[in-house]
Design a protein around this ligand. Structure first.
Ligand code: PTJ
Length: 266
């Protein structure tokens, strides 16, 4: 790993890149994952690299969906495993605990490895990465179902996970899969820095925020809503308008541009 000085002003961003480069070398991240990350970084720059009020509102709506779900599942790909395996496991634990406290029949939110550029070797490595982060029960290594309307291996999924889930959390998802999941009747929660992406538009709730910032906020909102009655959770969900939220975030990005200080940084 490249040595990045603690004083470097863009240390966090450089460390994230290093985790992805290491992930490619370890076989966890696809080469295309590096390009996807670069696109995300560009949008994060425009966002000011911070969690907006819109992202918090989207996390609250997503939390309400996860708490009311019959069978929630989080889909994990190579980028998510490399950047945020521990945070994904922590979120699953927070959601599981919150749901159990409400007496949900199936408390846990399952983690399922779903790869766009699927190879069985990479599925195993991503699952191993999740287990190393503390996940006990990882799905996706023995797919026995398919997402209808998708061709090739990217359609494969688990009947214990996405195959029977009602709510699916898809961080950094490809647009085709997001649309196919919605057509299949799944309630879709996305995390995507590009508010114009097909995934962001296809999802019922899109958190436009950087993954490693968004997952702890989602966990926090889930815990905060855990004691609320179903009626209140339904109101939170129904009060959220995804298209309006995407428009507001894009508006923030656009409004920020003319205000940027383009003088020398030092
Ligand atoms: O591991 P695999 O094979 O499943 O492949 C994973 C990737 C991400 C390569 C694959 O799903 C893919 O090609 O995705 P896309 O279509 O490039 O979409 C990824 C979206 O995530 C883009 O809109 C990016 O802006 C966004 N994104 C990238 N990095 C982040 C992000 N959003 C939030 N946080 C990030 N760190």
């Amino acid at each position: 790993m490249t040595d990045i000085p603690a004083s470097h002003p863009r240390r966090a961003s450089l460390l994230a890149r290093e985790r992805l480069v290491e992930g490619v070398r370890a076989g966890i991240v696809s080469e295309a994952g590096l390009i996807a990350h670069g696109r995300g970084e560009a949008f994060d720059y425009l966002l000011g690299e911070r969690t907006t009020d819109e992202a918090v509102a989207a996390c609250r709506a997503a939390a309400a969906l996860l708490l009311m779900a019959r069978r929630p599942v989080m889909s994990v790909n190579g980028n998510v495993a490399a950047l945020a395996a521990e945070r994904a496991v922590a979120l699953a634990a927070a959601v599981g605990g919150a749901r159990a406290s409400r007496g949900a029949a199936e408390g846990a939110m399952r983690l399922e490895v779903n790869l766009f550029h699927r190879t069985e070797g990479r599925v195993r490595l991503v699952a191993d990465r999740l287990r190393a982060a503390g996940a006990r029960d990882v799905l996706g290594e023995a797919p026995d179902a398919r997402v209808p309307g998708l061709d090739h291996a990217r359609a494969m999924c688990s009947s214990q996970g996405v195959g029977t889930a009602d709510v699916v959390l898809i961080p950094l998802e490809d647009g085709d899969r997001a649309e196919a999941l919605r057509r299949w009747g799944r309630t879709v929660i996305a995390v995507d820095l590009n508010p114009m992406s097909r995934t962001a538009r296809a999802a019922h709730v899109t958190v436009v925020d950087e993954l490693t910032r968004a997952l702890p906020v989602l966990a926090r909102e889930t815990v905060a809503l855990a004691g609320e009655p179903d009626g209140r959770l339904r109101a939170v969900k129904e009060g959220f308008d995804n298209a309006a939220c995407l428009r507001a975030v894009l508006g923030r990005m656009v409004a920020r541009v003319p205000e940027l200080d383009l003088g020398p940084p030092c």
